[in-house]
Design a protein around this ligand. Structure first.
Ligand code: ARG
Length: 460
């Protein structure tokens, strides 16, 4: 027998470096609080069902409460020899109350224990993520209202396409973050399931009361198959998948903010707090934080790919491979929460160069569709109208004249249906405000969507 908690059938003690490789205490101590919470619920049930004497349950409960206090005070000392948070806690409890501590593991395995800890850990944190998303959405909606009529170029293929408003642009991201919010909300359902009671893999012979434990820990559901209970990491994968999609959204917007704060675009300026200088070039103001969020996206994608790959060929039920689930989940939680906070701050703190944005729509021929639509409403088949305007654009590019600056005679030469009322339709403002189709960029639409989005936020 060795001195490990499971050392009965062992005769040889492993070298420290071997223990270190197998140990998870370096990272799973982040679940220390949840481990104690789970143990407290378990021992309460063991006492109440008479599986262990109530007096023993009371001693264990008092010991666990003491450990909770020590943990909060940062006084608990974990060791690699004790492998993981579960065995470390048991060793600490034993040191505290003696061999009666050994009764805590009745009708329980580390397999259902670790699954319970991880469910609890994520269950406690999902609301934080949703709240951080709500804060970001609140800033987006507030700014969308403020910039509902701020004209800017809309792009496809990074080429000027048609004018839109900055408010409309911001609400596009509101929609994406709303879907993110809903995904995290849904993952709560798959996280809110109690594995404890599955024991090692097959359930237990002891007359446990899983419903009581679920109630005690605030779980909504119970796993109904013991093999699934200890083997399921879907909830973690969902969390990582949601996070990867969220980071994609943050990264795309970060990319735009980086681009738009360049000398060439100059549409926005990031606040000093969310920029950095250069150690050599005194003029520099670098969008480091936006870049870092874009960069961290790769790390979150990696976490998802990593855990998907880890899980892909694991036969039922528990296998040690699954110890690899925690680091990507913990790291991703920190990454997305930090990214959301920084992004929200960065957005609140940026200056919008409205004049510059509007100017960018005046000589870019982004009103060409307006002219084609104008001709179409005058009965010219759209294909023909498209060709006529295309030729006018080509002429305009050569002579450096925008469509709205061409004399009526020149326009009429291209298409006699054109009358002087055309000029009013060729402004970016007109182009924007005519797009009143549901979801279109018209200012009145944007304001309607702002009102709708405010209600969505209020219902979070
Ligand atoms: N540290 C382990 C993990 O994170 C706990 C479960 C260990 N179970 C076992 N049978 N070795 O997965």
């Amino acid at each position: 027998m060795t001195d490990k908690l499971w050392g009965g059938r062992f005769t040889e003690k492993a070298a420290h470096w071997v223990d270190a490789f197998g140990a998870s205490i370096g990272f799973d101590q982040q679940m220390a609080k949840e481990d104690l919470e789970g143990s407290l619920a378990h021992v309460k049930m063991l006492g109440q069902t008479g599986i262990i004497p109530q007096a023993d349950a009371d001693k264990i409960t008092a010991g666990l409460h003491h450990l909770q206090k020590e943990l909060a005070a940062g006084k608990l000392h974990f060791t690699v020899e004790n492998e993981d948070i579960h065995l470390n806690m048991e060793a600490l409890l034993t040191a505290e109350i003696g061999p009666v501590a050994g009764k805590l593991h009745t009708a329980r395995s580390r397999n259902d224990q670790v699954a319970t800890d991880l469910h609890l850990w994520l269950k406690h944190r999902l609301p934080e993520i949703k709240e951080a998303l709500t804060n970001l959405q609140t800033v987006l909606v507030g700014q969308a209202r403020a910039y509902a009529d701020t004209i800017m170029p809309g792009y496809t293929h990074m080429q000027h396409a048609q004018p839109i408003t900055y408010g409309h642009y911001l609400l596009a991201y509101f929609e994406m973050f709303q879907r993110d919010w809903e995904r995290f909300d849904f993952t709560q359902k798959h996280t809110d399931i109690l594995p404890l009671g599955a024991a090692a893999l097959a359930g237990t012979t002891f007359p446990i009361d899983r419903t009581q434990v679920a109630k005690e820990l605030g779980f909504d559901q119970l796993y109904h198959n013991s093999l699934d209970a200890v083997s399921d990491r879907d909830f973690g994968l969902e969390f990582l998948s949601n996070s990867a999609i969220l980071m994609q959204h943050l990264s795309r917007m970060a990319e735009e903010l980086i681009l738009w704060s360049t000398f060439e675009f100059n549409y926005i300026e990031l606040g000093d707090d969310f920029s950095t200088g250069s150690s050599i070039m005194p003029q520099k103001k670098n969008p480091d934080f936006a870049e870092l969020i874009r960069g961290k996206t790769g790390r979150v994608y990696g976490a998802l790919m990593g855990l998907l790959t880890t899980m892909k060929a694991i036969p039922l039920a528990y296998n040690k491979d699954m110890q690899e689930d925690k680091e990507p989940i913990f790291d991703t939680y920190n990454t997305i929460l930090g990214s959301l906070h920084i992004f929200t701050g960065m957005l609140s703190d940026l200056t919008v160069h409205e004049k510059r944005m509007a100017e960018a729509t005046t000589h870019d021929f982004s009103n060409a569709t307006e002219l084609a639509d104008y001709l179409a409403t005058k009965g010219v088949p759209f294909r023909q109208a498209h060709a006529i305007v295309g030729e006018l654009v080509l002429k305009g590019i050569k002579s450096g004249t925008a469509l709205q600056d061409m004399p009526l005679s020149e326009l009429q030469q291209a298409a006699p249906q054109i009358e002087s009322d055309v000029y009013a339709e060729l402004t970016a403002k007109a182009a924007v405000n005519r797009r009143t189709s549901l979801g279109g960029t018209a200012v009145s639409n944007v304001l309607k969507e702002v009102a709708r989005d405010e209600k969505i936020i209020a219902a979070h």
